[in-house]
Design a protein around this ligand. Structure first.
Ligand code: NAD
Ligand code: UPG
Length: 465
């Protein structure tokens, strides 16, 4: 096992930033440098006002405050950081391909490959290269081939160390990880590299939570973990539709099945549909890989998780339209929440985007309030769909910073993110301000049906008739 003095992480995003901040805080003897080609993002990480960090995560700014400038650095000097580090984490984005072979399903590995080529060019001493990004199984061999063909005599060990943190709880997930997974070659030098990386996590995690596997198992396990989690959400969402047609209540069904210790209670909250940058992308990737091996039944099985999620989002939007007397044209609908879950400013694949798009197609007037998401982000999300012109998006949808102003004369409210503050609003005042009948469509099951109906609302809660 080698002694580690310097670590570099390429990619200062939702994973690179929090992960390296936690490593720096737990390993004061190691210098951690996080690099990115995006100057604006690095400037935000270095901003003296910690409320301007590019990633919002509970507990993150406190950790950055303690470590930044001591053993944690954010920089755009990618080559220098690669040169100096003994361990290099690759934590760049791996989005779904939007072009060419595998378009719409396969992972786009161009950013990862660029990193590998850059490391090959710069490195003058032996390095451990760690795949932190989520990558399709067998990517390590591609990285290895790029690195080993440089001819400069440098020895590289490639490890897969996928990240399991969830946004909104990233710091806690990193500090109390259920497990850390490290995959590497089953050779003496591969074992040494795995032990070296394990020794970093062992600063704060018990040894039994640090799992070592071969590199392919590690890469595949990341995709499979997300597929299983998303499958649970789609499963309970499928049942939520059934509950709405019967007198069953999806929360009672979740509790009833979740108390079976073989099933367990987590990830059984019915919702407007899962979002986030990972679930859909990683399942599509699994589907693509399965199909590329001719395993069509396997591919179809996992694809159904996404089909069900799309159905859930569509169902929610269609219910708003049909409940509002089959027309939302010119009607003011307030969105509470735009982020894909609470406690994050991330909106990637958020259900709110598709639901807004469907309602805008029907000429609704949408007013959005989210405590952490900027107007620029919301418009960028909508413009990206290219359903209508950016001008029209700005004409039909407005973003406000005070939810109480938004609800004045509103026809309906749709709750799309489970922010805690929504529970504490004075819903009596909201009722007074709205047009009657005052409709609330709760896509997060945040409020009590009895209370809301007692206040006079026409209240629809996902998974409850
Ligand atoms: N977001 C999550 O919660 C999460 C959790 C686990 C795993 N992952 C995986 O981790 C990876 C990163 O995800 P993220 O959410 O942090 O992405 P992100 O888009 O927030 O950050 C990626 C960063 O990499 C930078 N980058 C791209 N190419 C670069 C290059 N050649 N050199 C330097 N910087 C470069 C980008 O500028 C960007 O800032 C993905 O593979 C994702 O699937 C994400
Ligand atoms: O019972 C549930 C649980 C989650 N969700 C939704 O599912 C999505 C994903 O939630 P969550 O998994 O908590 O957040 P992510 O940050 O997307 O984290 C997932 O994706 C990461 C990226 O790969 C992994 O590292 C994490 O382990 C994995 O939980 C969100 O829209 C949630 O609202 C539900 O609707 N019901």
């Amino acid at each position: 096992m080698k002694k580690v003095n310097k670590i570099c992480c390429i990619g200062a995003g939702y994973v690179g930033g929090p992960t390296m901040s936690v490593i720096a805080s737990q390993c004061p003897e190691i210098t951690v440098t996080v690099v990115d080609i995006n100057q604006a993002r690095i400037d935000q990480w270095n901003d003296s006002d910690l409320d301007n960090l590019p990633v919002y995560e509970p507990g993150l700014k406190e950790i950055v405050a303690k470590t930044r400038g001591k053993n944690l650095f954010f920089s755009t000097e990618v080559d220098k950081a690669i040169d100096e580090a003994e361990i290099i984490f690759i934590s760049v984005n791996t989005p779904t391909k939007t072009y060419g072979k595998g378009k719409g399903q396969a992972a786009d590995l161009k950013f990862v490959e660029l990193c590998a080529r850059n490391i090959a060019k710069i490195a003058k001493t032996d390095k451990i290269v760690v795949e932190k990004s989520t990558l399709p199984v067998r990517t390590a061999s591609a990285i290895k081939s790029i690195l080993e063909n440089t001819g400069n005599g440098v020895k590289f060990e490639i490890l897969s160390n996928p990240e399991f943190l969830a946004e909104g709880t990233a710091v806690e997930d990193l500090l109390q990880a259920d497990r850390v997974l490290i995959g590497g070659d089953e050779t003496p030098s591969g074992q040494e590299a795995k032990d070296t990386l394990s020794s970093i996590y062992a600063h704060w995690l018990p040894k039994e939570r640090i799992l070592q596997t071969n590199v392919w198992s590690s890469e595949l396990s990341k995709l499979v973990a997300n597929a299983f989690l998303a499958q649970r959400v789609s499963s309970i969402n499928a049942i939520s539709a059934l509950c709405e047609r019967t007198d069953a209540n999806v929360a009672e069904v979740s509790r009833a099945i979740g108390t079976d210790s073989r099933i367990g209670p987590k990830f059984l909250n019915a919702s407007v549909g899962f979002g986030g940058s990972c679930f859909q992308k990683d399942i599509l990737n699994l589907v693509y890989i399965s199909r590329s091996f001719g395993l069509n039944e396997v591919a179809d099985y996992w694809e159904q998780v996404i089909i069900m999620n799309d159905y859930q989002k569509r169902r929610f939007a269609e219910n708003i339209i049909s409940t509002l007397y089959n027309t939302v044209s010119g009607k003011k609908i307030v969105f509470l929440g735009w982020a894909f879950k609470k406690d994050t400013n991330d909106t990637r694949e958020s259900a709110a985007i598709n639901i807004a798009d469907a309602l805008l197609e029907e000429k609704a007037e949408i007013v959005v309030y989210d405590p952490k998401v900027s107007a620029d982000r919301i418009y960028a999300d909508l413009d990206y769909l290219e359903t209508r012109s950016p001008e029209e998006n700005r004409k039909l949808l407005t973003v406000v910073s005070n939810p109480m102003d938004a609800v004045q004369d509103a026809h309906a409210i749709a709750i799309l993110t489970e922010w805690d503050e929504f529970k504490n609003y004075d819903w009596d005042i909201i009722f007074e301000k709205m047009l009657k009948p005052a409709f609330v469509f709760d896509g997060r099951r945040l409020l009590s049906k009895e209370d809301m109906e007692a206040k006079g609302f026409q209240y629809y809660k996902i998974g409850q008739s």
